[in-house]
Design a protein around this ligand. Structure first.
Ligand code: SF4
Length: 659
């Protein structure tokens, strides 16, 4: 049996798949320790779907007609070069994928930058880019600081805006072991979640008030002198500003704003502080707000006040897709080179350029994924090359995105299915599925793992790295003569000093390699002065508050059996059976007032559009409605962006109507 990285979430479970490809077994070692969730267990089902793309297609009028690989790549390359000639390199943009390998993301960002643009981004922009910005500001690195195994060593785990029971089910195994060893579990969310079932403290706060709650906890920790004075004095800066900033956030004030009782805030702050060591885990409940960066800074402050870093604690921004961490680390972001190095770092930039056989690379920040649609509307971007992403469903206010896609002079989509986005394309290139190719992936804890090929690509599909190598060559870019995926791995290893002495063979046979190392900031922070920064933050109001016409707050949630825009899981019969029909969660009192019963069809409307879904009563407080993200919820969501370019998916003003 061969080990293959699960194609779904960022936890990074490994699957054991035999040559006959009938069954998936869990890998007994790290990180999943013999466990898998239903998505991993049934991961082969979508691979054999009859809907798989098998040949390159070209739009002719309203029809998509098969063409050869050679003709497709030559025509695409010629069109891209023509557009660059006419409008400049920034008229072309590339969207990388959080589901393809490190090698494939590395190649796509290399193509973009050698082509002359930093218009390269991936869906990290939609989820944890606010975490990256906040972590870079506070501790100097943009990723999870500690391995999963540390969760079992700490005295407390604070889980904020994150529901691992649905999103990363195998994490629950770690948390249950931590609890058995005596750790306290505190869960903060805007609704009752499955994760709360085993928590010691469950705090349900009003949507958009996270900063107030975090600042009130900091208020208690500082006023009652529970913070780690030595750590704060020797390893941080900014304490007096934070101390001054949180003074007005008393628990009583916070109760009025957040709805969490003042006494609970005190009790939880004390328990968190007195545990002696602790982890903070968070998800998109924190980041997908206009205040996303500040939300994350506010919870990081709690860890820094208590010295919960390195051996005593960790920061865990839990990643969504299986290689979103790798896509970002490989440089598929418009503001960073590989390793999150800023474009302005001339020494590193020139080193990368020299490795790629050119003198220099573009230095201007490219467009964020979420800024592309306006740029297309304005005619600034004329061509878009998308690998394995589905913005026609995954972007906020997707009706606008679909209109923008129609306007492009050239849209190329490289994917395994004819996705909703691919329907707008001029060319569709069939990619191989995860088990039909080899390559490396990086999970949320920054562990690079090798995924082995277990079967041949279906039909005429090709691994993404092969398609991108051929595209680079057709564009006349230097160095696109890779004959194996391992050659690309060896090339990206050269960019990271920590990988210089490691071999691809070692990656293939071992338990993976942590980049840059297993545990960060044990002795020193990666900031210019080596100190972490405590940063005072004030509450920022949501972009669109409820009013008389749209009186509800709409939020989006994830389901255990489904994933992202559903292209893979909705083609898995076993997962469909497990999940049943999607439902919108409505509070019982709200439902009674509106005459809505369990199972009734309702219409949910925001200023951007409306969708229909059956109702499920309960699970949310009054005034909140929660729609599963996987089923066209982004027809409704707000595209207001935070400082990191992430939309406010978690807060829109909405109204409900019984049908
Ligand atoms: Fe795959 Fe995530 Fe489930 Fe593990 S927890 S099997 S990585 S979807």
């Amino acid at each position: 049996m061969k080990t293959v990285v699960c194609p779904y979430c960022g936890f990074g479970c490994k699957l054991l798949i035999g040559e006959e490809r009938r069954r998936v077994k869990p890998y007994p070692g790290e990180p999943n320790r013999g466990k898998l969730c239903p998505k991993g267990l049934y991961a082969l089902e979508f691979v054999f779907s009859k809907d798989r793309l098998k040949r390159p297609l070209k739009r002719v009028g309203s029809a998509m007609v098969p063409i050869s690989w050679g003709v497709a790549l030559e025509e695409i390359a010629n069109r891209l070069l023509e557009i660059r000639e006419l409008y400049g390199p920034d008229a072309v943009a590339f969207i990388a994928s959080s589901k393809i390998s490190n090698e494939e993301n590395y190649l796509l960002q290399k193509i973009a930058r050698l082509f002359g643009t930093n218009n390269i981004d991936n869906c990290a922009r939609l989820c944890h880019e606010a975490s990256v910005h906040a972590l870079k500001l506070a501790v100097g690195t943009g990723a999870q600081t500690n391995p999963y195994e540390d969760l079992e060593r700490f005295g407390v785990v604070l889980i904020w805006g994150y529901n691992p029971a649905e999103t990363h089910p195998v994490v629950m195994d770690y948390l249950l072991r931590a609890k058995r060893k005596g750790a306290k579990i505190i869960v903060v969310d805007v609704r009752e979640t499955r994760t709360m079932a085993f928590a010691d403290h469950r705090l349900i706060l009003k949507p958009g008030t996270d900063i107030v709650l975090a600042n009130a906890m900091a208020n208690v920790i500082i006023r009652e002198e529970l913070y780690d004075e030595e750590f704060v004095k020797t390893r941080t800066s900014g304490f007096s500003e934070v101390k001054m900033g949180v003074m007005k956030y008393t628990p009583e004030y916070a109760e009025k704003v957040t709805g969490v009782p003042a006494e609970t805030i005190r009790e939880v702050a004390r328990e968190f502080a007195l545990a002696g060591s602790g982890a903070i885990m968070w998800g998109m409940g924190l980041t997908q707000h206009v205040s996303g960066v500040e939300n994350v800074l506010a919870v990081i402050n709690l860890a820094l006040l208590l010295g919960y870093i390195g051996e005593k604690g960790g920061l865990y921004p839990m990643r969504g897709q299986n290689n979103v961490q790798g896509a970002a680390y490989m440089g598929a972001l418009s503001e960073f080179l590989p390793g999150y190095v800023p474009l302005t770092d001339e020494r590193f930039r020139k080193r990368v350029a020299s490795l790629w056989g050119v003198e220099d690379l573009p230095t201007e920040r490219g467009l964020y994924l979420t800024e592309l649609w306006e740029a297309i509307e304005n005619g600034d971007v004329r061509a878009l090359y998308i690998v394995g992403e589905n913005p026609a469903v995954s972007e906020a206010n997707f009706a606008r995105v679909r209109e923008a896609l129609r306007k492009l002079d050239l849209l190329v989509v490289q994917d395994i299915f004819m996705t909703r986005t691919a329907r707008y394309a001029h060319y569709v290139l069939p990619a191989s599925a995860f088990c039909e190719k080899s390559g490396s992936y990086m999970n949320s804890e920054r562990r690079i793992q090798w995924s082995h090929r277990v079967c041949q690509p279906l039909g005429d599909s090709k691994p993404d790295w092969e398609i991108l190598t051929a595209l680079g060559r057709a564009l006349g870019l230097p160095g696109f003569d890779y004959r194996s995926v391992e050659e690309i791995t060896a090339e990206y290893f050269k960019l990271f000093p920590e990988l210089e002495d490691r071999s691809v063979e070692e990656l293939k046979t071992g338990e993976g390699i942590f980049l840059p190392r297993k545990r960060l900031h044990t002795w020193e922070f990666a900031t210019p002065d080596g100190r972490a920064r405590l940063i005072a933050v004030e509450r920022i109001s949501p972009w669109e508050e409820p009013d008389g016409e749209f009186p509800f707050v709409l939020t989006t949630v994830r389901l255990i059996s489904h994933y992202n825009t559903g292209e893979m899981t909705l083609r898995s019969p076993s997962l469909l059976r497990l999940m049943g029909e999607p439902r919108v969660l409505i509070n019982r009192s709200d439902a009674e007032r509106l005459g809505i019963h369990d199972g009734d069809w309702v219409e949910i409307e925001t200023r951007r559009g409306k969708i229909r879904m059956r109702a499920k009563l309960g699970g949310v407080p009054e005034g909140l409605v929660a729609v599963p993200f996987h089923f066209k919820a982004n027809r409704l969501t707000s595209e207001a962006l935070n400082k990191a370019g992430t939309p406010e998916f978690k807060f829109s003003a909405a109204k409900l109507r019984k049908l």
